[in-house]
Ligand binder design. Structure first.
Ligand code: ZN
Length: 353
């Protein structure tokens, strides 16, 4: 371990499992390395990536977001959101993604962690520490039977919506510039989902919720409010980012924000374009820390789900970020907090209140 790869990063969000479940890459690619995508175990080691939230995410079954990445290179955009995905369609994909995560576990390179002790022990071992996260709750039925089943399978974190609507609430569209106040709040089923997650100690993620949904969740939850992969709206006024008012509410709940590497949510001009200085990431970190405190900020890369700054490129590029943080004046204690300690703190508090 050297200063390039230490402190190890525990990361708030990636979409690696979708690539595996869709057969874009194989488990062998994951172990022995692949040129496609932004994550494999070889590059993870090179970058000092010790683990993170692995998202179960369901692609849309109707059109809408098809040309989203292209639209987001414009100066202004409002990408139309796709419609609801059915429980049946969602469940099939989620089951495939859980199977992919378990296949990774069988290689001996990764462990699905379900307790705070397990997470920290695994993270400091040779294995990648994975937290199973459901991004958008389409696979959850209104009676919450599948929530119990997914919990038993290892689920410990959940976002009620990805950006498209669910029976639980409404997400924000990929819109720039825009506030996050883009639609109605949580439905009654969504409010019950918050209570059920609190009961099971499943972490709730507000990252794709609109402002009213955020407020509804904040008013109800008895757990820290966590945005696994979102940035500062005052720097990049994207609908997906958090206003200072939301950041104050996160701080008050003793929650957490993971810095998203998606260039559209980092850049002040909102463009999904990789040609940008890393210095902008430091501006977000400084602002987030000013608003929520240095114990409540970490990373949520969105690797395999977004176009990230060119200088980082993929998970092997994380040493670039460590260097920039040191150059910017962050000391080793702060680096350790941002790289993993803060995530462990908030997960311990959520899982063992
Ligand atoms: Zn996301």
């Amino acid at each position: 371990m050297n200063s390039d790869t230490a402190p190890l990063i525990f990361d708030g969000h990636n979409d690696f499992l979708l690539h595996l479940a869709r057969g874009k890459i194989t488990v062998e690619d994951a172990v022995y390395g692949t040129k496609s995508g932004q994550i494999d175990f070889l590059r993870a080691r090179k970058g000092g990536f010790g683990g993170g939230f692995f998202a179960l995410w369901v692609p849309s079954t109707t059109k809408g977001q098809a040309n989203g990445d292209e639209a987001m290179t414009n100066a202004r955009y409002d990408v139309p959101l796709p419609g609801l995905v059915s429980w049946e369609d969602a469940m099939k994909v989620v089951v495939d993604e859980i199977a992919a995560l378990r296949a990774l576990e069988r290689t001996g390179k990764l462990k699905i962690c379900t307790t705070a002790d397990d997470l920290e022990t695994t993270f400091h071992s040779e294995k990648t520490a994975a937290v199973m996260h459901l991004e958008g709750a389409e696979a959850i039925d209104p009676d919450f039977s599948t929530l119990e089943v997914l919990y038993a399978a290892g689920l410990r974190s959940l976002g009620p919506v990805w950006s498209r609507p669910t029976i639980f609430g409404h997400g924000v569209p990929f819109r720039f510039p825009s506030t996050g106040d883009t639609g109605p709040g949580l439905t009654e089923a969504g409010k019950e989902l918050v209570r059920q997650c609190n009961r099971l100690k499943i972490m709730l993620d507000v990252s794709h919720l609109n402002e009213k949904g955020f407020n509804d969740l904040a008013a109800l939850t008895d757990a820290p409010i966590v945005a696994t992969h979102s940035n500062a709206h005052v720097i990049s006024p994207h609908a997906r980012n958090l206003t200072d008012r939301q950041l104050a509410m996160i701080a008050e709940s003793d929650g957490m924000v993971g810095l998203n590497f998606a260039t559209a949510f980092l850049r002040p001009d909102g463009r999904m374009s990789p040609d940008m200085p890393i210095e902008i990431m430091l501006r977000h970190l400084d602002h987030l820390m000013e608003k929520v405190g240095e114990d409540r900020v970490g990373f949520g890369s969105d690797f395999d789900g977004a176009i990230v700054p060119q200088a980082i490129g993929d998970v092997a590029g994380l040493p670039v970020l460590r260097r920039e943080m040191r150059t910017h004046g962050y000391d080793e204690a702060l680096l350790t907090k941002l790289c993993h300690q803060n995530w462990f703190r908030v997960l311990r508090k959520t899982w063992n209140p």
